[in-house]
Design a protein around this ligand. Structure first.
Ligand SMILES: [Mg+2]
Length: 232
């Protein structure tokens, strides 16, 4: 048994596979707004734009509101679609995104095993409240995890130290060396975890090379490997 007593789980891209949820949500919005058929290539282009906007937010260059609407504005401009629809489409997109729940292999079993082992577990997510509340309820994770930290409620985004400080204040008297964060993002989860002085585990399911030079303590291909780190 390791000394770790608390696991902070990122949600999108870590416990839940974000790509199929994103694809479903975009296509549903295109249909609802009577836009041209949304092809897989278009979804991929949107996905790349989306990543670029979230990274800019993590680096403090733009706000979250600018991410949410800006990504659709840029995508629509590239596709020759009326950019004034961006705000309305984004609002519907948040709802549809909350409907798509696709667990990564062994993710649900691992969260249950951690609970059975008596670990404290928290969701730590930068996703929007509308989408995250829906998907956490639909997935049943809201019943298993002890705390849910959505950046919109916390008032700060990962990787900000202030985000993590709010988490620590809320969960009580755990030492940093008793806390592990598991996440797929080097720039938000791993950078944030390092800055907060806690253990870091990078979930890298596709075995990609690091696109940012951020040190990580553990690296895993499958979520079940978290159990090995925890010694449960
Ligand atoms: Mg993530």
């Amino acid at each position: 048994m390791s000394k770790i007593k608390v696991v902070l789980w990122d949600i999108d891209g870590t416990l839940l596979d974000f790509h199929p949820a994103e694809r479903y949500a975009i296509k549903a919005c295109f249909e609802a707004f009577d836009l041209p058929r949304c092809t897989d290539a278009m979804v991929q282009e949107y996905s790349n734009i989306n990543k670029k906007y979230w990274l800019a937010m993590e680096q403090g260059r733009i706000t979250k509101d600018e991410v949410l609407v800006g990504r659709f504005r840029e995508f629509f401009a590239n596709q020759g679609i009326d950019t004034s629809l961006a705000e309305k489409v984004n609002a519907m997109y948040q709802v549809r995104l909350g409907d798509g729940v696709y667990f990564f292999a062994d993710a649900l079993e691992t969260v249950k095993a951690c609970k059975a082992a008596g670990l404290l577990q928290c969701a730590v997510t930068n996703g929007t409240k509308v989408a995250q509340v829906r998907k956490l309820a639909k997935s049943g994770l809201d019943k298993i995890l002890d705390y849910i930290f959505i950046s919109e409620d916390v008032g700060f985004e990962k990787p900000s130290k202030k985000f993590f400080q709010k988490v620590f204040d809320r969960i009580g008297y755990y030492k940093p060396e008793e806390i592990l964060i598991v996440g797929d993002s080097l720039t938000s989860d791993m950078q944030g975890g390092r800055d907060a002085g806690i253990h870091t585990c990078w979930f890298n399911p596709r075995g990609m090379a690091k696109n940012f030079p951020i040190k990580t303590e553990y690296e895993i291909l499958n979520i079940a490997q978290v159990k090995d780190i925890l010694g449960i």
